[in-house]
Write a protein that binds this ligand. Sequence first.
Ligand code: NAD
Ligand code: 6OD
Length: 494
Amino acid sequence: MAQRIQHYIGGRFVDSARQFANLNPVDGTVVGQVCEASAAEVDQAVQAAKAALQGDWGRCSPAQRADWLEKLAAGIEQRFEAFVQAEVLDTGRTVRQARTLDVPRAIANFRFFANLVRQAHTECFETIAADGSRALNYTVRKPLGVVVAISPWNLPILLFSWKVAPALALGNAVVSKPSEETPSSAFLLAQVAHDIGFPAGAFNVLQGFGGDSAGQAMISHPDIDAVTFTGASATGAHIMKTVADGVKDVSFELGGKNAAIVFEDADFDAAVDGVVQSTFTNSGQVCLCSERVLVQRSIYERFVAALKARTEALVLGRPDDPATDIGPMISKKHQAKVVSYFELARQEGATVVTGGDVPVFGDDRDQGFWVRPTIWTGLPDDARCLREEVFGPVCHVAPFDTEAQAIARANDSDYGLATAIWTRDLSRAHRVSPQMRSGLVWVNTWYLRDLRTPFGGVRRSGIGREGGRHSLDFYSEVTNICIKIQDAPSTGDH
Ligand code: NAD
Ligand code: 6OD
């Protein structure tokens, strides 16, 4: 029987009258029924969160909160395979990826922010005024209050926990929503929270859609204090407008149209492998994926041929097949979007080096949401296919002549999330990296994460940084306290 995915509000699992089907993208079958939160249920969650801040949760010390996060991490570990299956069923990704990236990273997110908050400290200055009086200035860090955390479908539990863990670590109460496409792992996390007796109302999970549904009710609620959001740039812009009148804090991780730059001095094989990885990981459904590959002209033809061969060797297959490299698109709608770019690319004059169509398997996967890994060449830099995020297993490869050209063309984008640079020239790596208009630059690697580092994008790719102390800064308010400790010396003292 298909499972029913509920909300978790104020420490209780709650059903909704309205429900929608959760589909397996591998073959389009229904795997669950998901409750859709109404405005009334959103309000219940916000009220539960406010009550938690006034109650046990609000009274927890940072060390006690860290202990709770450790317990959440341990709870995920205990149900590791259930989380893997949830991610695989909702997304069609490989079991290998869920076991090595998604679920371990969710555990790491809770452990990392537990440690971070244990070690967090504030500033203190002794101030001597012009008249000789002295004061002590120190800061205290306080939660923002009720934080709305909304996450997308592409790395469901990784990105959900990336928002929820720091928000809780800093003492906020969270009202969260996973994507309507991937409700299962957040529901499982709610079960973990329930089983360990997590303070009621501190962590609420609502299920449902975004616009005109649960998401819209969450961001419009007058009693929320901040929104942390990962998703499409257009949605971020909409959220910003919605919360503007209340001047609520926002942290946005949005779309990308990322460049990879391959210089002629690069380790050729490593660069080909790297671009295969940065283009096709998670079937291209990672905001950091390279959709614009720039290759120095002297190695361009050889690079395109090698990339084609490597791409055609990628195996489209079922999640539990160890040979599988590529899974389906998340939904029929997203498959249609990617296919529309295949058509647009042809209209814009692209050469389709490989792919550009929907595979036919001759089995139940033909009811799923697949596209073939695709490489284009020959598009002008102003083609829509080179300016708009596709978010699928697709890249365009173009030649460049000089370093200056590569920098200018890589930066010629409305987005600015991540750049991957392939070179063996250390001076070039240092010279080019800071010139990139992106929040992240990887040199001779891609998506190598250290949770202490700032993560985020510029332009349409986001607002703010999270990670390490940057998360402390977003998820808390700092109050400066100035205490006079000594009067100005009287003139008689001299
Ligand atoms: P999306 O913006 O459609 O949805 C993301 C989340 O927002 C979902 O939970 C959705 O229900 C909710 N939502 C949608 N409309 C809303 C509204 N009006 N009010 C409140 N919530 C609303 O994005 P998506 O299709 O789920 O994800 C893909 C996008 O996310 C891509 O553009 C990708 O680049 C981006 N992304 C960015 C990062 C990053 O770190 N920069 C990471 C992952 C994904
Ligand atoms: O690894 C992360 O912390 C992170 N935020 C990744 C985002 C990936 C985008 O799809």
